[in-house]
Design a binder for this molecule. Sequence first.
Ligand SMILES: C[S@@+](CC[C@H](N)C(=O)[O-])C[C@H]1O[C@@H](n2cnc3c(N)ncnc32)[C@H](O)[C@@H]1O
Length: 298
Amino acid sequence: MSTYHTTVLLKETIDNLQVKKGRLYVDATLGGGGHSFEILNRGGRVLGLDADQEALDFVKKELRIRNQELRIEERSLILAKGNFKDIDNIAREENIQSVAGAVFDLGVSSHQLESAERGFTFMQDGPLDMRMDRDLSVKAEGLVNILHKSELAELFEKYGEEPFARRIADAIISARKVKAIQTTAELVEIVKRVVPRRNSDINPATKVFQALRIAINDELGSLKDALPKYLELLEPGGRLCIISFHSLEDRIIKQQFNQWAAEGEGIVITKKPIIPTDEELERNRRARSSKLRVFEKK
Ligand SMILES: C[S@@+](CC[C@H](N)C(=O)[O-])C[C@H]1O[C@@H](n2cnc3c(N)ncnc32)[C@H](O)[C@@H]1O
């Protein structure tokens, strides 16, 4: 286990993937490589993708360290930087026609969250950035300082399910008349001023940060675009294992799996999503909201 990220639902996910020796699997969200290394451990090969170059650099280093123990053959782990929705182009470039399965572990890694300079966290002060892929042109600062009041409110409602969306949008507009909002701490202060404290454990800016992150990285759009491409790439009997962390993502996955089942594309393996054991929850608080859904192609 790395300090980069504590992998969630590791055994449950890789057991469900039913790894076969020598076969190729996509890890669409490489992060610290937790799922990838377990696939390699069980004799599979991996195409690992991440939008964030830091994840790829970390896994390359980790591979050198673990290689002796895993005795990974050349091309057992292929790494590519990119958005997982571009799997069709990535597979073509890598000369891959089909895969035996794919894993998604959505959202951000602990490493990204804990790096103040990436701007994902309300726990530390940093620039309002929030891009997973640093080649993207728009940062959270851009949205916060440019969108109209109604657009901000809609964004917080739609992607954050924030009940005080309008009030927060008002406060942002007033604050930025005085000075552009540039840091995570400035945004947290603005939100705190207008949102009543709901629960001592939860920062009042949680939903606003979630909404901005989803918008900047087009997280829901990427997921919707990606799913049909992975179904297409899967070999018959291949499985898609997807871990999500909030209801907006989970709804997309559940609906897409049900639609495929109705169209005769395969079967939904998880009638109810798999959730972490109490033991995992005790070890890793971040696993709290995780849900694993699995689909098997006919
Ligand atoms: C929760 S972490 C994955 C952790 C990994 N399973 C592990 O065990 O270390 C999610 C990773 O997916 C990446 N990511 C999220 N959305 C992506 C997308 N649309 N395309 C490519 N990578 C994405 C993030 O940059 C992050 O590194």
